[in-house]
Each structure stands twice: as structure tokens, then as C-alpha cells.
Design a protein around this ligand. Structure first.
Ligand code: NAD
Length: 555
């Protein structure tokens, strides 16, 4: 190995390699104690590090010991963010090698707590903030980002998980989601850009917090809001024409509108609507392998008629249409209960996105009466209402079905409609259960049950990877339907035997690869790809997958 003369800089991917102390403070390039002897000489850092040279595996031992030494989930989150800020390669290696343990920290449920405390645990900036004060110069602001962007996750902070309006403190969500793009699917970190559009917050407590980092104003809405979003989307298209734009955690009065306004114009999707739909449909397909029924025979009741509920319902309808029903017939298999009761035709207070599911049936005022009337085979909680699946409701599900399917998807854990233990106990172990946030294995009557986590991270990283690899110009519902079928197809019988309807997180990279392959094939087949179709699509996708290994800086 020859060392680089100390006055010579070499180019590493997109940047000129900095020397001396500067490289130790560049998280994309820093290796910490893993800089080799030759690199220490070549880069002018001898003496700036302790003498022992570590391998990344040895560094991981230290990282995990420190991680386990933290006593709260939030401290673990802060520790990981600090590692991310110091040494990106080691951060992603830590995540990828320990996804089961890391996922609940970098994402739900801990990320929810981190967002609530965002202003208080603020250390260093990550991603970009565009505020309503930037109207007229959004493009200029976005130009400050140095990298070639392929994936943007953007939020306006209005509906963070099930926690509501957190304003600029919602930034933890795009940061967390993009970490998962890299950890789960290998999307290169330098291609990822988290963005928060700060239009103010209607959360008075946050606004009055003396250390809040966002604009201390009420949310702008209406034309002013739309004009800002439009300026932002136009600027993204001009500056990052190859980027996939993922809308995340917008309030539902904006989420549906923005999705419909932009999905046909740019490469974009809404994860709360479409990603959730895909992971839930995959869960339904897997659950049916346990319950034995056909999709077109199911009656499904949703508690919560927002982005997640309507998104899931729409994708289930299209899957039922694929299975031979008309769209209208398919919709009659689906029922919504919102905060006012069963969504029915006679109600005059329904928002537009609920109307397709407003059936001509008698009104009932709550979930218990709706379950009694509809006798659903599948019950899905996407209401953000903790403990809304009460014991009598869950018992009624078990009375009507030999194996009731119960998905308590509200996040974080504190918002789940029921816990895994409750679901198994109240159905005497008969239910097929999945949740939004993770629950531990439950032992009931001498049998172990492993609840599945209907985590969107099974879907969006793979979809994103497929879109990026194929250079897809749009993200379509067919891609999400294919992702659901692929994901369900990866669940092995031994997982099903313990009641788990999703593959293990430890195989996430292979899961994402399979989903990316399905998505890219659709892009190529439907003329949405912008790169030439290769003979081997899988090899193309693998070539886009980042590996967290240290590059050698000396030749
Ligand atoms: P949303 O704000 O769009 O919708 C929430 C819905 O719940 C609204 O229709 C609201 O009217 C309804 N609701 C509120 N109180 C109710 C009550 N007492 N009874 C019945 N309905 C009530 O939010 P969303 O994006 O649909 O998300 C809802 C929940 O689902 C959140 O907790 C979110 O974290 C969770 N979620 C989970 C996943 C997942 O597990 N993969 C994905 C997305 C969303």
C-alpha cells in the first residue's frame, strides 16, 4: 500500500478528501480509531488519535457496550444520533447489524419521544428546514444543500405519529425514516435529504416553550400554505430532478390533497397513506394463510378514517378488484368507524375521503355497536386512541370468528388500540395480531406468540430503492400492491406457526431487495423507468446498495 503524499488530496466519491483534524470532523469520511497507520501519515492525523488501530468490528463492540450502558430509550437515541454525527459508516453498520434492537430507537416508538423533546435534545443540525419566512426564495435555500439528492422525506410536522402537531420538532421523523432507507435498503446516505417545512404550529405548549427551535407562530393555511408547498415542490424538481419525494406525517386535510395534486406530476408518494396500505395489505395476505379465508370473503372494520385507514382500505379494494370483485362490491366489504361512530350514508358530517365508504346501512354510534352489527373478520385500529379495542370488543371478535384478525396499528406504543398480551388473552390465543409499534413475545397458556409489527419500514425503503435504481419517474399504486404481495410471500411457515405475519427484521436487506426488484420490474414494464432496462435487474439494484464499510484512503 502506498501512502498519499501529505500535500496531495485525493478524491473520494463526491468530495475532495480533507486532511488533518478536518477529516476527523467529517462524519461521512471519519473512521475514528479505525484510520490505518498509512492513512494517519498520509492525512496528517498521526497524534490526533490514540495509537491503537481498531477494526470496525472492534469499534462496534465499544458502540454496543455504550449503547447498552444507557438506561433509557431516549438516551440510547441521543447516543446513536451523536454517533451519526461523528461517524456515519459506523452508525449504519451499528444499525444494520442490530436492526431488531435499533429500529425501536431510531424509529417508533422512541422517535416519538425524541420529537416531543426535539428542542431540548438539540445538538447539531441535520437535513434542511424551509420555513414560511422563506417564501420567494425556497430554491435559493435548497441550493445550500451540497449533495446529489435521490430521496427526500419531507414533513410539515402537523401529525407526528399519533402525537399530533409538533411543528418543527417533527424533524426527527424525516431523519429517522431516511436512516431506515439506508439501514434497511442500502440507499446511499449522501443521497438522502430530510426536510421539515416549518409553517408554524397550532400546538400552544410547543410554541410557548422557550427553547422551541421553530417559528413561534400559528400554522399558515389555505392559499399561503399551498403556494409555499408548490414553490418547494417546483424547486425540488429543478434542483434534484432525480429525487423521490416522500410526504410524511402531514395532517390529513393536507395529506390527501397533496398526494393527489403531485402524484401524477412528480415522483412522489405519501408513506402514511400508501406505505401503510402496503404493509397492512401484506399483513392481511399473511393472516389469511393462518385463518384460511379468501380476501374477497373478508369484512373489515377500521377504527379511524384518516390517512392510514383510507389508504389501507383503498389498496385492499384494488386487491379485491384484482381478485375479481367490482370496486363497488369491494368497498362494501369495508366499514369505517370514526370519532362520531359508523361511517354511513345518512351522515352529513363526512370529509370527502370517507365518502366512498359511507354505506347505506343503519348508523351505530361506536366501535362496539359497529362490531356487533358488521361482525367483521378483521379489525384494524388506526385511530391513535389507546385502549379503544376493549375487552368486550375483542371478545366479540373471537365470538364471531375462529381466528379473528386484530391489527392495533396506532403509534407509538402508548397509542396502541390494545396490547399484544390483551389481544391474545382476550381471544384465548386465537387471534392473529399485529401492531404498529413493537411488542415483545407473549406467553399464553404455555404457548409462545410473536406479534408481528406492521412497520412501514418493510415497504418504503425497498420501494424507494426500486424507484431509484430504475430511475422511475412516478410511484404507482401497482408498485405498492406488488410490494405487499412480495412481502407476504417472504413470510415463512415457521414465522406463521408462532403467529408472526411479517419476516424477521434481521432479513430486512433481502426483503427490501425483493421489493425493489418487484417495483423496478413494474417501472420497466410500464415505461416509467428512465434508465435502460438491464439484462439482470437484480444486479442493477444491488449496485445501488450501500455497504457500511470503510473505504481505503491511501492507495
Ligand atoms: P389521521 O389523523 O389521518 O387519522 C386518524 C383518524 O382517527 C381520524 O379519522 C380521526 O377522526 C380518527 N379518530 C380520532 N379519534 C377517534 C375516536 N375516538 N374513535 C374513532 N376514530 C377516531 O392519522 P393516520 O395517519 O391515519 O394515523 C392514525 C394512527 O395510525 C396513528 O397513531 C399512526 O401512528 C398510526 N399509523 C400506523 C402505521 C403502521 O403501523 N404501519 C402507519 C401509519 C399510521
Amino acid at each position: 500500500m502506498t501512502s498519499v503524499p501529505s500535500n496531495q488530496s485525493i478524491h473520494v466519491s463526491r468530495r475532495t478528501l480533507p486532511r488533518g483534524e478536518a477529516i476527523l470532523h467529517d462524519p461521512a469520511l471519519n473512521k475514528g480509531t479505525a484510520f490505518t497507520e498509512a492513512e494517519r501519515d498520509a492525512l496528517g492525523i498521526r497524534g490526533l488519535l490514540p495509537p491503537r488501530v481498531f477494526t470496525i468490528e472492534e469499534q462496534l463492540v465499544r458502540v454496543m457496550a455504550n449503547f447498552h450502558g444507557k438506561t433509557t430509550a431516549l438516551e440510547k437515541y441521543i447516543f446513536l444520533m451523536a454517533l451519526h454525527d461523528r461517524n456515519e459508516t459506523l452508525y449504519y453498520r451499528t444499525l444494520m447489524d442490530n436492526l431488531d434492537e435499533m429500529m425501536p430507537i431510531v424509529y417508533t416508538p422512541t422517535v416519538g419521544e425524541a420529537c416531543k423533546k426535539f428542542a431540548h435534545i438539540w445538538r447539531r443540525p441535520r437535513g434542511m428546514f424551509i420555513s414560511s419566512a422563506d417564501r420567494g426564495r425556497v430554491k435559493e435555500v435548497l441550493r445550500n444543500w451540497p449533495d446529489d439528492v435521490r430521496t427526500i422525506v419531507v414533513t410539515d410536522g402537523e401529525r407526528i405519529l399519533g402525537l399530533g402537531d409538533l411543528g418543527a420538532s417533527g424533524m426527527g421523523i424525516p431523519i429517522g425514516k431516511l436512516s431506515l432507507y439506508t439501514a434497511c435498503a442500502g440507499v446511499h446516505p449522501t443521497h438522502c435529504l430530510p426536510i421539515t417545512i416549518d409553517v408554524g404550529t397550532d400546538n400552544e405548549e410547543i410554541r410557548n416553550d422557550p427553547v422551541y427551535v421553530g417559528l413561534r407562530q400559528k400554522r399558515i393555511r389555505g392559499e399561503e400554505y399551498d403556494a409555499l408547498i408548490d414553490e418547494f415542490v417546483t424547486a425540488v424538481q429543478e434542483l434534484f430532478p432525480r429525487a423521490l419525494l416522500q410526504f410524511e406525517d402531514f395532517g390529513n386535510q393536507n395529506a390527501f390533497r397533496l398526494l393527489h395534486r403531485y402524484r401524477g406530476k412528480i415522483c412522489s408518494f405519501n408513506d402514511d397513506i400508501q406505505g401503510t396500505a402496503s404493509v397492512a395489505l401484506a399483513g392481511v395476505y399473511s393472516a389469511l394463510r393462518l385463518t384460511g379465508g379468501a380476501l374477497t370473503e373478508q369484512r373489515i372494520v377500521f377504527l379511524g378514517a384518516g390517512e392510514a385507514g383510507v389508504g389501507i382500505a383503498d389498496l385492499i379494494v384494488s386487491a379485491m378488484v384484482d381478485a375479481g370483485l367490482s370496486a363497488d362490491d369491494a368497498r362494501h366489504h369495508i366499514f369505517f368507524v370514526d370519532s362520531k361512530g359508523l361511517v354511513v350514508k345518512s351522515r352529513k358530517d363526512l370529509q370527502e375521503h370517507k365518502l366512498p365508504y359511507a354505506h347505506d346501512i343503519p348508523f351505530t354510534p361506536d366501535l362496539a355497536s359497529a362490531v356487533a352489527a358488521v361482525k367483521p373478520t378483521i379489525l384494524v385500529g388506526v385511530s391513535g386512541q389507546p385502549q379503544a379495542f376493549t375487552q368486550p370488543i375483542v371478545e366479540a371478535m373471537a365470538k364471531h370468528n375462529a381466528r379473528p384478525v386484530i391489527f392495533a396499528l396506532s403509534n407509538p406504543t402508548s397509542k396502541a388500540e390494545c396490547t399484544a398480551t390483551q389481544a391474545y388473552e382476550w381471544t384465548k390465543g386465537a387471534c392473529v395480531f399485529a401492531s404498529g409499534s413493537p411488542f415483545d413475545t407473549v406467553e399464553y397458556a404455555g404457548k409462545q406468540y410473536t406479534p408481528g409489527q406492521g412497520n412501514n419500514a418493510y415497504i418504503f425503503p425497498g420501494v424507494g430503492l426500486g424507484v431509484i435504481a430504475a430511475g422511475a419517474t412516478r410511484v404507482t399504486d401497482d408498485m405498492f400492491a406488488a410490494a405487499a404481495r412480495t412481502l407476504a410471500g417472504l413470510v415463512t411457515q415457521d414465522r406463521l406457526d408462532v403467529g408472526c405475519i411479517y419476516p424477521p427484521l434481521s432479513s430486512m436487506r433481502e426483503t427490501s431487495l425483493a421489493i425493489a426488484l418487484a417495483v423496478a420490474k413494474i417501472a420497466f414494464a410500464t415505461g416509467l423507468a428512465s434508465v435502460p432496462e438491464p439484462g439482470d435487474i437484480e444486479t442493477l439494484i444491488r449496485s445501488h446498495m450501500y455497504e457500511p464499510v470503510y473505504q481505503s484512503y491511501v492507495r
